[in-house]
Design a protein around this ligand. Structure first.
Ligand SMILES: NC(=O)N[C@@H](CC(=O)O)C(=O)O
Ligand SMILES: [Zn+2]
Ligand SMILES: [Zn+2]
Length: 446
């Protein structure tokens, strides 16, 4: 494995340091470090962040390899500065057995671009009828700690209660996709004045908020950990704030797109720019883009800690299921490659969060929620060498070349975004160098 000497990187706490990485760990930290045969990375002007950890990625393998594979998804992750991803269970077969989760984890390890931690399904086949082999997945080599039927809501209160009771026995967590199914049948966008104007079936905020309210009470009643996926409304923030004030063990995530984009994009800007025409299905996502008031509430909640983390909900889809009529299109957006830039645009450049907050919401806390070791003391001697070097002063028009997975369904194409990932290092192995993804051979040979 190569020895790497990083010269003059600025850390999230604004101090500047050299870092020596040997054998996959940080072995020295200080000024004017030297080493005879290290690969030197000149990090003057660059910010070093801990390797980013995504708690919500759709890798699509097994079963939907036309959309993404473990290899292509982890390449997209590396390009975005991520060194670990949690892979959602809505694959085919569904990740509801020890066999499937072990397969997904070992594919990740084989490719080497990022650590892949599978998420186990809560119910068999995501069908919402019987609990899956939760214990077997937890005890398997994949050591699953996060369970989710994401894409679907565990809406049966008894099943949700049993799942919470079960995961509590081994310190696991249920990550809920909070969507009351009866209130959202046929829903196509956020419910409100705009959905009436555009003639699209509305998705009421209460369909999300009611499930979160129920689930925090269930988690409290059984003393389990609950995680809420992709919180999207101001009302959901209020429920989570209330639950945390009561001491309920709930954590919550917000996606980059819900921090930056609003439902107005669905109407189209009509200005001839990249968002000119309406009903562009790149903006169709679950949960839907909401109002500006919701975006402001989500930003404030991330800043005050009510929302714990940012998670991408990277959801690649074949282009023909996005370049079609709005009603027929799939829900979902890719997000790994753009996440850090979007977070910078939404909450860093505006002064709401600083870079140490970003390190917390995109690395330390998601690792903690997923019970993923190795992310609690980044840059300390002895810690695993997972880090990313970024140039926050860069600005670029985000285009298809920036997309490194199979999914081209990014809502940011044609948009100017700040920041750029210059290098990503996963366990001492560079996966991105000089802004370029390294080849599978380079990555597997360290
Ligand atoms: N977010 C989405 O719009 N789609 C996700 C499912 C999900 O996260 O609920 C997908 O799997 O495509
Ligand atoms: Zn979801
Ligand atoms: Zn998802």
């Amino acid at each position: 494995m190569t020895t790497i000497l990083i010269r003059g990187a600025r850390l999230p706490d604004a101090t500047t340091t050299d870092l020596l990485l040997e054998g996959g760990v940080v072995t020295e930290r200080g000024t004017s470090l030297s080493h005879r045969d290290a690969t030197v990375i000149d990090a003057a002007g660059l910010l070093a962040l801990p390797g980013l950890v995504d708690l919500h990625t759709h890798l699509r393998e097994p079963g939907f390899e036309q959309s993404e594979t473990v290899l292509t998804g982890t390449r997209a992750a590396a390009a975005g500065g991520f060194t670990a991803v949690h892979a959602m269970a809505n694959t085919s077969p569904v990740a509801d057995t020890a066999g499937v989760v072990e397969q997904v984890a070992s594919l990740g390890a084989q490719h080497g671009y990022a650590t892949v931690r599978p998420i186990g399904a809560v119910t068999v086949g995501l069908a919402g009828e019987r609990l899956s082999e939760i214990g077997a997945m937890a005890r398997s080599r994949a050591a699953v700690r996060v369970f989710s039927d994401d894409g679907r809501c565990v809406h049966d209160a008894l099943l949700m209660r049993r799942a919470l009771e079960y995961v509590a026995t081994f310190d696991g967590v249920v990550a809920q996709h909070a969507q009351e199914p009866r209130l959202t049948e046929g829903a196509q966008m956020n419910e409100g004045a705009l959905s009436s104007e555009l003639g699209l079936a509305g998705w009421p905020a209460v369909a999300e908020e009611a499930i979160i309210a129920r689930d925090v009470l269930l988690a409290d009643a059984v003393g389990a950990r609950l995680h809420v996926c992709h919180v999207s409304t101001a009302g959901s923030v209020e429920v989570v704030r209330w639950a945390k004030a009561r001491g309920i063990r709930v954590t919550a995530e917000v996606t980059p797109h819900h921090l930056l984009l609003t439902e107005q994009l669905i109407a189209g800007s009509g200005d001839g720019g990249p968002y000119s025409h309406g009903y562009d299905a790149r903006f169709k996502v679950n949960p839907p883009l909401r109002r500006d008031e919701d975006v402001q509430a989500l930003r404030a909640a991330l800043a005050d800690g009510t929302i714990d983390i940012v998670a991408t909900d990277h959801a690649p889809h074949p282009i023909e299921t996005k370049e079609c009529a709005w009603q027929e299109a799939s829900f979902g957006m890719v997000g790994l490659e753009s996440a850090l830039s979007v977070v910078q645009a939404a909450v860093v450049d505006s002064g709401l969060l600083d870079w140490s907050d970003v390190a917390r919401v995109l690395s330390r806390t998601p690792a903690e929620i997923g019970r993923l070791a190795g992310y609690d003391a980044p840059f300390e001697v002895g810690s695993p060498a997972h880090l990313t070097l970024v140039d926050p002063s860069a600005s670029r028009v985000f285009d298809v070349d920036a997309l490194r997975g199979k999914g081209l369904n990014s809502p940011y194409l044609g948009r100017t975004l700040p920041g750029r990932v210059v290098a990503t290092i996963h366990g001492g192995v560079p996966t991105v160098l000089d802004g370029e993804l390294r080849s599978p051979e380079e990555v597997t040979h360290g």
